[in-house]
Write a protein that binds this ligand. Structure first.
Ligand code: HEC
Length: 117
């Protein structure tokens, strides 16, 4: 039954992928967040935010510095990125979670990265 074998292989692959993600070190998660932040088709965060390591950043948003100090609660930081309209209905920052620009996993990596700034 080759079809069944294919399904088993797919399930096994999916499991190893999700398990692999859970095993990432903090450094690897920060790197994933950074990659998403610079990706113009994903975060594109530096088009509006100045941050360490950002090339030619924009300044329509506040500089992302000392983020762990300013957002000790990572859920609060995640909420800001997932849907900034909650805090400011007129914001020009995209609601990355609410509009499915980033997945929940990607939001977590983004928080790890922003917290490292
Ligand atoms: C189109 C411009 C724009 C983009 C793109 C953008 N932001 Fe923002 N961001 C803003 C503005 C403007 C604010 C100021 C608060 C508000 O208006 O909501 C803000 C606020 C924030 C804050 C709160 C800062 C503080 O000082 O409290 C965080 C954190 C943040 N953005 C992270 C991100 C991340 C991470 C990304 C990429 C995934 C991103 N932003 C992409 C415009 C942007």
């Amino acid at each position: 039954m080759p079809k069944l074998k294919l399904i088993f292989t797919a399930v096994a692959l999916l499991c190893s992928v999700s398990l692999g993600a859970a095993e990432l070190t903090l450094e690897e998660r920060i790197a994933k967040g950074y990659d998403l932040a610079v990706d113009r088709n994903a975060g594109n965060c530096f088009s509006c935010h100045m941050a360490e390591g950002a090339e030619q950043p924009g300044n329509s948003g506040p500089a992302l510095i000392m983020m762990q100090l300013r957002y000790p609660d990572r859920n609060q930081l995640k909420a800001q990125i997932a849907d900034p309209r909650v805090r400011n209905p007129n914001t020009n920052m995209p609601p990355y979670g609410a509009h499915y620009i980033l997945t929940d996993q990607e939001l977590e990596w983004m928080v790890d990265f922003v917290h490292s700034l």
